[in-house]
Design a protein around this ligand. Structure first.
Ligand code: PEP
Ligand code: MN
Length: 346
């Protein structure tokens, strides 16, 4: 439930609403807005009797949030969330961000070369996994903590921001110490204890849609993060399992406008895992930006044939450069612009 205060309501009036909510046995979270303050009521399972709150001085209206993913819903927060990152980079505003880099971090040379080439093409955030969730225990599992050092070096050299995955609570601690965005991967979307830890880590979270998760399940998983107090959440459509084997996953582009309607959180698209096929990544990345994605996440490697994971869906450097050229034109056609690396490190 959301208690919307009148324009100009005093701090005492807001405080009174907070105390009444707490007396009723719920938690209150005041949210000052540009026009007026709202006080969120959480901790209830069903409908709350609002009669005590409606009559309090300064209260304009009480909105019952009908969605189970309350704080994530647009009912809760009508204006879009803009996640602010270092160097003035934002996700969820007018800018479209490109997050690019290899699937796995492999060597210092590979990480630094990747960083330089994705920056040159126009990415503002470097991606790459130090820990990899692999279907087989015999596949390359990632470099672990030394991989984070390579990312730190790449950031120092290029000014690119860093997005990398944490797979367990210890990983959240290490990743959140160094990275600008902590990625929670598809396989962990419903690892609720991990989500709770991530929600408390103090860094923005990139939450990828689970392999067979519905959109509502994605939003409910994001709710775990917001419920811990972290509003800096970026969702990511990365395709879901389907009956068709022509592509690795079924890249659900419809999820982008659907999520934008249901939630104030930004959503980006990952056509690399979404399609699994290099030559399908470019058209689907273009389509994602046209569909309103707040960013794209694309796997790029200096030499995809030598990649230790996901080589078949990884772009060659010149393909990524071409994609970025096209994406700039598409963004402009819909009144947006692509965030440029010049803004990084400022
Ligand atoms: C990744 O981004 O490298 C990754 C493993 O993605 P997902 O969790 O979507 O499979
Ligand atoms: Mn990958």
């Amino acid at each position: 439930m959301l208690i919307v205060m009148r324009h100009g309501a005093t701090a005492d009036e807001v405080q009174k609403v907070v105390s009444v909510i707490e007396e009723m046995g719920y938690q209150a979270s005041p949210m000052p807005g540009a026009q007026r303050t709202a006080v969120g009521l959480v901790g209830n399972d069903g409908r709350v009797d609002a009669s005590r709150l409606e009559g309090l001085p300064g209260v304009q209206e009480v909105i019952h949030v009908s969605k189970p993913y309350k704080q994530v819903s647009r009912e809760w927060r009508p204006e879009s969330t803009v996640v602010k990152l270092a160097g003035g980079v934002t996700v969820g505003g007018n800018e479209v961000v490109a997050i690019a880099g290899p699937c796995s971090l492999e060597t210092e040379r590979q990480v630094l070369d990747s960083a330089r080439l994705v920056k040159e093409a126009g990415a503002v955030i470097l991606r790459g996994g130090a820990w990899k969730p692999r279907s087989s225990p015999y596949s390359f599992q990632g470099l672990g903590r030394p991989g984070l050092k390579l990312l730190a070096k790449a950031r120092e050299e290029t000014g690119l921001l860093i997005c990398t995955e944490a797979m367990d609570p210890d990983g959240v601690g290490w990743v959140s110490e160094m990275a600008d965005i902590v990625q929670i991967g598809a396989r962990n979307m419903q690892n609720f204890s991990l989500l709770k830890v991530a929600g408390r880590c103090g860094k923005p979270i990139l939450l990828k849609r689970g392999i067979s998760a519905t959109i509502v399940e994605l939003l409910l998983s994001a709710e775990y993060l917001l419920a811990e107090g972290n509003y800096d959440v970026i969702l990511c459509e990365r395709g879901v399992r389907s009956f068709d084997t022509m592509t690795r996953n079924l890249f659900d582009l419809t999820a982008i406008p659907v999520v934008h309607k249901l939630s104030h959180l930004p959503i980006i698209a990952d056509p690399s895992h979404g399609t699994g096929l290099r030559d399908k990544v470019i058209p689907m990345a273009r389509a994602a930006v046209a569909a309103g994605a707040d960013g794209i996440m694309v796997e790029v490697h200096p030499n995809p044939e030598e990649a230790l994971s996901d080589g078949a869906q990884t772009l060659y450097p010149d393909q990524f450069t071409q994609l970025m050229r096209e994406v700039r034109i598409i963004a402009e056609a819909i009144g947006r612009r692509v965030a440029e690396p010049a803004a990084v490190g400022a």
